[in-house]
Design a protein around this ligand. Structure first.
Ligand code: FAD
Length: 455
């Protein structure tokens, strides 16, 4: 290989970090190192869904990549209008069918480990992965004489590494965000500085998530024609608590994700329930927010739900509880030759199933601006500013919509039941009626014409 144009370090090998590494494989003149805190790349045993907008981005990673994803999820991708999510009012003895959310194209749903496996198998030779490397801090040289001096990374094990460009894909508790906010705040007046530094720590949303997988066979024995086997998602809604269920892994498991929303606790410090043991994830940073649930603890918030919901809950064997935190809207997601993507930049509530999709969009747009032949080491800061300009307003908007969706599903708004379907659909349709392509086109235009002011 000829001399690389620059070396990118991606800190964090989650969905966003690995998608960026795969997307950069189209640019063999860029050398990539992925530093992951955990001993091995893995994902928690849960399902997640990708809406058409983000799935179209994944398709751009090549036919083989798409083919492997399709094999893992076990169903066809369509562009027709389909009933995607059945919404029921379930916090009563006899539930009511409220509406079917119709989407143009279907949501593709995966076991997280399957999805991760496909990403890992597509890492290019120009990418080296390093496990058990938890970033502790970085220093970015910042004066005119050292614009191309490397950024130094220091890891928790005392080792160091260098790179030309650093991408923080290190999730909600991002170390890169911590140091970037400090860099940004440098020299600001005290009020501004305070506001920027307040973005370092995640904020508790008052939302608690209940996650589990149940063996589909167990439900089939009890209720062979349960409508969760229809393939789509069913949301069982109730006042201040709801859950959704759908099959994954070729119908082997049913993924269940439940939520309680305590609006009076938004922004407070999360206090773990002492009766629930903490779950320790090797190498993961957020274990104090995650607890191990017995089956009884799992079903507690939904115990008065309708029969259809109870049939599912009776199959639960255990689960995990997650105190859902979010990241405040950042003043910027780039500084010099450092940028943030995914949850590190905009961890949001999960009520539009969009966080991973947004990290995929971030990754693809970042690869496009960094890989473009007009981008050189000197112009990396402009490329990252273009990324920020095009992605930050969009992801902030998705985060707001996701919050609203949760409130609508937990009956915490004034919207009457008969208008719920229309309101939820309008709030969500960006995920299947819009595409990243406009932003990609705009990004390329801005990279190619340096006379256009991007501030
Ligand atoms: C209940 C629930 C359901 C959800 N469902 C969906 C869904 O259906 N669809 C969807 O699109 N999104 C969903 N999401 C959101 C989605 O899970 C996240 O947005 C997504 O995983 C973010 O990806 P990421 O790569 O930015 O971060 P992460 O997946 O958090 O990855 C960060 C990686 O960085 C590593 N790391 C952390 N710190 C360091 C460090 N200092 N040094 C090195 N490595 C480090 C971590 O070990 C991890 O591997 C859901 C979220 C929740 C809570």
């Amino acid at each position: 290989m000829s001399t690389p144009k620059f070396r990118i370090a991606i800190c964090g090998g989650g969905v966003g970090g690995l998608t960026l590494a795969v997307a950069l494989s189209r640019y063999p003149d860029i050398v990539v190192d992925v530093y992951e805190a955990a001993q091995s790349f893995y994902e928690v045993g849960a399902g997640f869904g990708i809406w058409p907008r983000a799935f179209k981005v994944l398709r751009k990673l090549g036919p083989d990549f798409e083919q492997q994803l399709l094999q893992r999820c076990g169903y066809e991708c369509t562009e027709e209008y389909v009933p995607a999510i059945k919404h029921r009012k379930s916090d009563q003895a006899v539930g009511i069918q409220l509406f079917d959310l119709m989407t143009k194209g279907n949501q593709m749903r995966f076991h997280r480990a399957d999805f991760h496996g496909v990403l890992l198998s597509h890492l290019p030779p120009s990418c080296t992965t390093h496990n058990a490397k938890r970033l502790k801090s970085y220093t970015q040289p910042f004066n005119d004489h050292s614009r191309s001096s490397p950024i130094t990374l220091t890891f928790k094990d005392g080792s160091t590494a260098t790179c030309d460009v650093l991408i923080g894909a290190d999730g909600i508790k991002s170390t890169v965000r911590h140091y970037m906010m400090r860099e940004l705040a440098e020299g600001m007046d005290p009020d501004e500085k305070q506001s920027v530094l307040s973005c370092i720590n995640p904020v508790w949303s008052g939302v608690t998530a209940y996650r589990t997988l149940i063996p589909a066979e167990k439900l089939r024995v009890r209720c062979p024609d349960h409508h969760v086997f229809g393939g789509g998602i069913t949301q069982y809604l109730g006042k201040d608590a709801f859950f959704l269920a759908y099959p994954i892994s070729l119908g082997q498991y049913i993924n269940i994700a439940g939520f309680t929303l305590q609006s009076d606790l938004v922004g407070t410090t999360y206090e773990a329930d002492a009766r629930i043991p903490r779950r320790s994830f090797e190498g993961k940073a957020n274990s104090e927010w995650v607890g191990e649930l017995t089956a009884e603890q799992f079903v507690e918030p939904f115990k008065d739900f309708e029969e259809d919901a109870k049939l599912l809950l009776e199959c639960v064997e255990r689960g995990t509880l997650w105190a859902v935190h979010t990241v405040k809207t950042l003043p910027s997601t780039n500084f010099g030759r450092v940028a943030l993507l995914g949850d590190a930049a905009h961890a949001m509530l999960p009520f539009q199933g969009a966080g991973a999709g947004q990290s995929i969009e971030d990754a693809y747009l970042l690869a496009t601006v960094l890989g473009h032949k007009a981008t050189t080491l000197d112009t990396v800061p402009r490329a990252l500013a273009i990324y920020d300009k095009l992605r930050r307003p969009f992801t902030s908007d998705v985060a707001l919509r996701s919050r609203l969706n949760g409130q609508l599903c937990a009956f915490q708004t004034d919207v009457p039941l008969h208008e719920l379907g229309n309101t939820i659909t309008k709030n969500w349709e960006w995920a299947w009626l819009t595409e990243l392509d406009d932003a990609l086109e705009e990004a390329v235009k801005l990279v190619e014409d340096s006379s256009i002011n991007i501030s």
